[in-house]
Design a protein around this ligand. Structure first.
Ligand code: ATP
Ligand code: MG
Length: 564
């Protein structure tokens, strides 16, 4: 594959180009293309997996081929049904449908066992009784060849008998293993007689107690590909050194097809971790509220945070597919969701830190129905009703008794426009015994709905607001990045040291437009001047509205302070 560019250019995809060339040269009928997405159900999927999903399903979609979903389930101790269910949900949520039934490597255990017997009979596999420590010793190093195990040249019959005993549970875990007989002097460590079956006396989530020997990833993967008729087996670069082994098995076994392995650069994102082991640690040690915590880079977490499948697919498209690993800036991901929600999320108003404002010349008890567009450029999102009343909530930070000219909000004695409503003048403040402002008293100019004040003095700012009597109280969760270091764990530091202590703030006394209480869980909004928010998938209800902040309106991590 070295003829292909390794430069990651925006949106480029060297695998698509490669397959296109095969099609153009008549070596592949596009409808024969078969890919697969092969997750191990030992954790939830994360944003890196989304890249692999979009790539495998995307290629099948693009060429009119097919993509299988196969659980690579050869480590029963680490896998479970909860992970399987979440993975199925995630793939569908991203908008992909797999070809036919969901498949499992465990569904091929009988066939894989037969393949192992085949290798033994051909003199290409042997039961080794070296201890794990001895195996390491015999393996050699990158600079020194390994040594043959004294068990390497056992007669075929003896190997068959021992493998049978392994299979029947007559031997202890770790006492022996079946190894392929390849080349202990190979410069590629993977070719130094790799283990293909080991004893694990553990029940399996799919096959129960049927097996106490399980194939290794290397032995299961390529053969599963062949059984399914996969043409292009696409994996991440760390498997490049496994490709000769992949090919060796395919060459020496009576498999029904000849899949080929291709590697691409994995997705790494700064300011987060995409290692299942670390994500599991965050969950197990309670640093986050489970795999679905909105701060997690899991697809379930991102979904709950308010990310849309469209934004994630768009992001995967944008970063492209290349032959080199790179680190993508978190702000690129945030850009994708902002871009999507800017175009598609209805607008609404929410006051996060309420300060009461009384419009002294507005009649007590009266409700004036104003209306506002659902979206500034999307007529299809309709109009929304905004009840204006004598008492409203505004953002505490939107009022000051005095301020310089840079502050374009409400100042005592000055004017401001209420978003989608009238111009107000601040006339008085009420304070409590400690000097905290408890109310701002204003008068409004009834001729300023959609018009400038008659005196020609335009207010400098526009602030958002919610009616105190007609609005609804809500909980808003302000999420921020989970880590405050671009490379969590860099240097000698434990990655947990880089957890952002301010990654979650829960505000219980927020005020929303009444209509927002009726939002469906997972509905996205732009809260004007605040950011993009989503009605929580699990906790939101009309009685107790709960919104999660997906992302701020502007990138505050680039340190360019956005001030209005
Ligand atoms: P494990 O260490 O548990 O194997 P994994 O991240 O490789 O973790 P898998 O479930 O084996 O998880 O991954 C399924 C598929 O997703 C594989 O083909 C893998 O190469 C791909 N994948 C995993 N992480 C990334 C990533 N960061 N970027 C792109 N693809 C990835
Ligand atoms: Mg893996």
């Amino acid at each position: 594959m070295s003829e292909h560019s390794s430069e990651p250019t925006r949106g480029s995809n060297f695998l698509r180009n490669h397959i296109q060339a095969e099609v153009d040269e008549g070596r592949l009928q596009p409808q024969d293309l078969m890919t697969r997405f092969p997750p191990e159900p030992n954790g939830y999927l994360h944003i890196g997996h989304a890249k692999s999903i979009c790539l495998n399903f995307g290629l099948a979609e693009y060429f009119g081929g097919r993509c299988n979903l196969r659980f690579d389930d050869t480590n029963p101790e680490k896998e479970n049904q909860e992970y399987i269910d979440a993975i199925l949900e995630d793939v569908r949520w991203l908008g992909f449908e797999w070809n036919g039934e969901v498949r499992h490597a465990s569904g091929y255990f009988d066939q894989l066992h037969d393949y192992a017997l085949h290798l033994i009979r051909e003199g290409l596999a042997y039961v080794d009784e070296l201890s794990a420590e001895q195996v390491r010793e015999y393996r050699g190093t990158l600079t020194e060849p390994g040594r043959n195990s004294p068990y390497r040249d056992r007669p075929v019959e003896e190997n068959l008998a021992l493998f049978e005993k392994m299979r029947n549970g007559e031997l202890d875990e770790g006492s022996c293993a079946l190894r392929a007989k390849i080349d202990m002097a190979s410069p590629n460590m993977n070719m130094r007689d790799p283990t293909i079956y080991r004893i694990r006396k553990a029940a399996h989530h799919q096959t129960g107690d049927k097996w106490c020997i399980y194939p290794t990833y290397d032995f299961a993967h390529g053969q599963s590909d062949a059984i399914e008729g996969i043409t292009h087996s696409i994996c991440t670069l760390e498997f490049e050194d496994h490709r000769p082994l992949y090919d060796w098995f395919i060459e020496h076994l009576p498999v029904p097809a000849r899949p080929r392995q291709y590697e691409f650069g994995r997705l790494n994102l700064n300011f987060t971790v995409t290692s299942k082991r670390k994500l599991k640690q965050l969950v197990d040690e309670g640093h986050v509220d489970g795999w679905r915590d909105p701060r997690m880079p899991t697809l379930q977490g991102m979904r709950r945070r308010g990310y849309t499948p469209r934004a994630i697919r768009q992001f995967c498209d944008m970063i492209g597919v290349s032959r080199s690993d790179g680190i993508v800036d978190m702000s690129a991901l945030e850009h994708s969701i902002r871009d999507d929600l800017n175009q598609n999320a209805p607008r609404a108003m929410c006051v996060l830190d309420p300060l009461k404002l009384v419009i002294t010349n507005f009649p007590q008890g009266e409700v004036e129905m104003l209306s506002a567009p659902g979206h500034p450029s999307r007529d299809d999102l309709g109009e929304r009703q905004l009840p204006l009343t004598r008492e409203i909530w505004i953002e505490r930070e939107d009022f000051r008794e005095e301020a310089n000219k840079k502050y374009k909000r409400l100042v005592l004695g000055k004017k401001v426009r209420l978003r989608n409503a009238y111009v107000l003048t601040a006339e008085d403040v009420i304070k409590d015994a400690d000097g905290n402002i408890t109310e701002v008293h204003c008068s409004y100019d009834a001729d300023t709905l959609g018009a400038d004040p008659a005196d020609g003095v335009k207010p400098k700012g526009v602030i958002h607001w919610v009616s105190a009597s007609e609005g609804r109280q809500a909980t808003v969760r302000l999420y921020d990045r989970l880590f405050n270091h671009e490379a969590p764990g860099r240097g000698d530091v434990d990655f947990l040291q880089h957890l952002n202590p301010d990654s979650l703030k829960v505000l219980d006394n927020c005020w929303i437009e009444a209509g927002l209480a009726e939002a469906q869980p997972e509905q996205n909004f732009q809260f004007e001047r605040q950011g993009y928010f989503v009605a929580d998938r699990f906790d939101h209800s009309a009685e107790q509205p709960v919104f999660n902040r997906t992302v701020e309106l502007r990138d505050s991590w680039s340190r360019i302070e956005a001030q209005d």
